[in-house]
Design a protein around this ligand. Sequence first.
Ligand SMILES: Cc1cc2nc3c(=O)[nH]c(=O)nc-3n(C[C@H](O)[C@H](O)[C@H](O)COP(=O)(O)O)c2cc1C
Length: 315
Amino acid sequence: MKKIISILIIGIIIIILIICLFKKERTNMNIENSNINNKSLVLYFSATNNTKQIAKYISEITSSDILEIIPKDAYTNEDLDYNNNNSRANREQNDKNARPEILNKLDLENYDIIYLGYPIWWEEEPRIILTLLDNYNLENKTIIPFCTSGGSGIELSVSNIRNYNDKLNVLDGKRFSPNSSKEEVITWINSLNINNNSNSKSAKLLINNKEYSITLEDNETVDALINNMPLNLSMNNLNGNEFYSYLDFTLPTNSYNPGKINKGDIYLYGNNCLVIFYESFNTSYSYTKIGKLDDVEVLDNIKSKNNIIVSLKIN
Ligand SMILES: Cc1cc2nc3c(=O)[nH]c(=O)nc-3n(C[C@H](O)[C@H](O)[C@H](O)COP(=O)(O)O)c2cc1C
C-alpha cells in the first residue's frame, strides 16, 4: 500500500513539474513575440485629426503600434481659435510653463523607436508634448518627430524637445502638410533607413582576436557588406570617439543624420568608410546604420589603442 501511495505522489509531482515547464515555455514565447511586435510605436497628439491621419500611415507602413495622447480636457473649436489671443491654445503656447494634463496612461516601456507626432502651434510643439516628456522616460529610445502644419517647419519644435532633455535621442523629423499622401510618408520612412520591427541579423566581430556579437540592421548596405564577409580590417582611432577603416570596395548607402551616436554603434560613412563608435555624442553628420555591438563595455578596454585589428564574419 505504502509503495502505491509513494508511486502516486511521485507521479503527481512529475505531472505538476511538466505543467510548470510548459507554462514557463509559453510565457517566454509571449515575451519574445511581444518584443518583436512592439518594437516601434507611433505616438501622437492631434486636435483636428490632420496629424492623426499621418500617424495612421506611419503605423501601417512600419507595422508599428499606434497610441494617441488624449488631453484630459478635449480642445474645442473655440479653444483652437488662433485668431483669439485669449483662446486656450494661444494662452498655453504663450505660457512656457503650461502643461495640459494627459488623460490616458501611456504604456511606452516595450518600445525602442517612437514616432512622435503633433501639430505645429505658433511655430512650436503644443505644450502637451512637454507634459509627455515630464511624465514619461523616453531616454534610451529613438524619437522620430513628425508634425503637420499650415506651412511652418518642424525644426523649432525638434530643437525645443532636444533642449528640454539633452539625454533624449531625437532625429531631425519631418513636417507634413495636412493633406500629404501615403506615398510621401513611405518616401520619408524609406529615407530613414530605420529597422522597424523586423528580425535583425547578427554577426561576430573579432577585435584583437576576441569575439563579440553584433546586431545588424536589415538594409541593403548590410546585405552587401555580408557578401564581402569575412572581412579583415585595421581600424584607426579618431577624434577620441571612433575607430574607422576605409574598405577597398563601396557599398550602397542610405544615409541620414542620426542626431545622436550611441557608444557601440557601427555606421558606414560615405560609401566605404566603416566606423565603430566607442563614445556617445550628438552628430551633425549623416551615416548609413550598419548595426551595434551587443556588449559595449568591451570598448572601454580598447579605446586608448591607436589602432585595432578587426574581423567581421557572419554567424
Ligand atoms: C493654435 C494654433 C496655432 C497654429 N499655429 C500654426 C503655425 O504657427 N504655423 C503653421 O503652419 N500652422 C499652424 N497651425 C495650423 C496647424 O498646425 C495645422 O492645422 C495642423 O495640421 C493641425 O493638426 P491636427 O489636426 O493634428 O491638430 C496652428 C493651429 C492652431 C490651432
